[in-house]
Design a protein around this ligand. Structure first.
Ligand code: PLP
Length: 389
C-alpha cells in the first residue's frame, strides 16, 4: 500500500489556507456584530467588510465600490446575466454566450431563452477559443449582454478576453466574464481590461466555499435577484456573511502575493512537467484545450480507448484525486458539453481526465502521478473493448 495522497482537483475546490481560516474566526464570536448596526459592535465589523472589499478589488484592479459579495460563483453568474438582461429588457432581448460556459451561465441563459429572451451560443475552435470575429458578427442592434468565461474549468483555455471585450465596447454591449478559475491565478487589471461584469469565487483560490463576488463597473444598472434590506448597494440583500467575507479578503491578499512572488510560475513549471510526462508516457494521449493560453495549474487530457470513470476510480484507489471532463457526477453518461464543443467524438470525450495543481503540490506528487498513471491506462486498455484503430 502506498500511503501517498495527491489531490489534483483544485479546479473543483481548494483547501482554505491557514491564514484565511485565522482571518475568519474572530467574526464568529468576538466580532459577531451586524455590519449594518450603528453601535461599536457593528462599526467594527463594517470596517472589516470594507477592508475585505478593498483587498478583493485590489486583486483585480477595481474600485472597492465596484465589488459586491454574493453567496458564491454561481450566484454571481446568475446576478450578472439575469440582472442585466432584466434591467435592459426594454433596449433589447438578445443575449450572447459560448458553448463552453460553466452551467451557472449556460443554464441561466437557457432559462432566459425560454422566458422571453433570445440566446445565441457561439461555437469554439478545437482548443476552445471563441473567435472575436464571430462575436462581432453575432452582435445585433437588440443585443444587450455578452457572457464569455475568462478561463475554462474543464480544459484550462484562457479566452482572448481583451479582444472580446473590445468588440463588445465597439457595439455598446455589456460584457460579463466568469473569471472563477482565473482570478487569483492570472494577473488581471480591470482598470484597463474592457470588462463590465466579472464573477469571482473564493473557494477556487484558497478561500471558503459559499462566498463569491461580482465586479460591476461603475454606472452599470442591475436588477437584484434577492430583494430585502438593501445590503451590497441594494443588489444583494441579506445580512453580510462576515466571517466568509473576511476570509475572501485574506484569500485575495494571499493570491496577490503569490502572483507577485513567482509561486504561480513554479506551479506552471510543474504543470508543464506533468503535461509532457503524460503525453510522452501514455500512447495516443493528447492535451485538451490550448497548450500556450492555459491556466497555470491546469492539465487535461483525452486518453483514447479508456473510459474516464474507470481511470478516476483507479487513480482514486492509488491515492490520486483527479476528475473527468464528463458529467459522471450527475450519473449521466453524456460526455461533457465542453469536450463535445471542441468537436471531439463521444467515445474520445468519454476518456477524459483533468489534473489541476495547487500551491502545495510538490515535485514528488507529480513524480508519483507519472509513475502511477501510465500503468493504470495500460491495465485498462488491456480490458478495453475498443480496438486500436
Ligand atoms: C466553480 C465554478 C463556478 C461556480 O462557483 P460556485 O462558487 O461553486 O458556485 C462557476 N464558474 C466556474 C468557471 C467555476 O469553475
Amino acid at each position: 500500500m502506498n500511503p501517498r495522497k495527491v489531490y489534483l482537483d483544485h479546479s473543483a475546490t481548494t483547501a482554505v489556507d491557514e491564514s484565511v481560516l485565522a482571518a475568519m474566526l474572530p467574526f464568529f464570536r468576538s466580532s459577531f456584530g451586524n455590519p449594518n448596526s450603528l453601535h461599536a459592535w457593528g462599526r467594527e465589523v463594517r470596517k472589516a467588510v470594507d477592508e475585505a472589499r478593498e483587498k478583493v478589488a485590489a486583486l483585480i484592479g477595481a474600485q472597492p465600490q465596484e465589488v459586491l459579495f454574493t453567496g458564491g460563483g454561481s450566484e454571481a453568474d446568475n446576478l450578472a446575466v439575469k440582472g442585466t438582461a432584466w434591467a435592459r429588457r426594454d433596449r433589447g432581448r438578445h443575449l450572447i454566450t459560448s458553448a463552453v460556459e460553466h452551467h451557472a451561465v449556460l443554464d441561466t441563459m437557457k432559462w432566459l431563452g425560454k422566458n422571453g429572451f433570445e440566446v445565441t451560443v457561439l461555437p469554439v475552435d478545437r482548443e476552445g477559443f471563441v473567435s472575436p470575429e464571430a462575436l462581432d458578427a453575432a452582435i445585433r442592434p437588440d443585443t444587450t449582454l455578452v457572457s464569455i468565461l475568462f478561463a475554462n474549468n474543464e480544459i484550462g483555455t484562457v479566452q482572448p478576453v481583451a479582444k472580446l471585450g473590445e468588440v463588445c465596447r465597439k457595439h455598446g454591449v455589456l460584457f460579463h466574464t466568469d473569471a472563477v478559475q482565473a482570478a487569483g491565478h492570472l494577473p488581471m487589471d480591470l482598470s484597463t481590461l474592457p470588462v463590465d461584469l466579472m464573477t469571482l469565487a473564493a473557494h477556487k483560490m484558497y478561500g471558503p466555499k459559499g462566498i463569491g463576488a461580482l465586479y460591476v463597473r461603475k454606472g452599470i444598472r442591475l436588477t437584484p435577484l434577492i430583494h430585502g434590506g438593501g445590503q451590497e448597494y441594494g443588489l444583494r440583500s441579506g445580512t453580510e456573511n462576515t466571517p466568509y467575507i473576511a476570509g475572501f479578503g485574506e484569500a485575495a491578499a494571499l493570491a496577490a502575493k503569490r502572483l507577485g512572488n513567482g509561486d504561480v510560475d513554479r506551479e506552471r513549471a510543474l504543470r508543464d512537467r506533468l503535461i509532457d510526462g503524460v503525453l510522452s508516457r501514455i500512447e495516443d494521449s493528447f492535451l485538451t484545450g490550448s497548450r500556450t493560453e492555459r491556466l497555470p495549474y491546469h492539465a487535461s487530457f483525452c486518453i483514447p480507448r479508456v473510459e474516464g470513470e474507470a481511470m478516476l476510480l483507479r487513480l482514486d484507489f492509488a491515492g490520486i484525486g483527479a476528475s473527468s471532463g464528463s458529467a459522471c457526477t450527475s450519473g449521466s453518461l453524456e460526455p461533457s458539453h465542453v469536450l463535445l464543443a471542441l468537436g471531439l467524438p463521444h467515445e474520445i470525450a468519454h476518456g477524459s481526465v483533468r489534473l489541476t495543481l495547487g500551491k502545495d503540490t510538490a515535485e514528488e506528487d507529480i513524480d508519483y502521478v507519472l509513475e502511477t498513471f501510465p500503468p493504470i491506462v495500460q491495465t485498462l486498455r488491456g480490458l478495453s473493448p475498443f480496438k486500436k484503430a
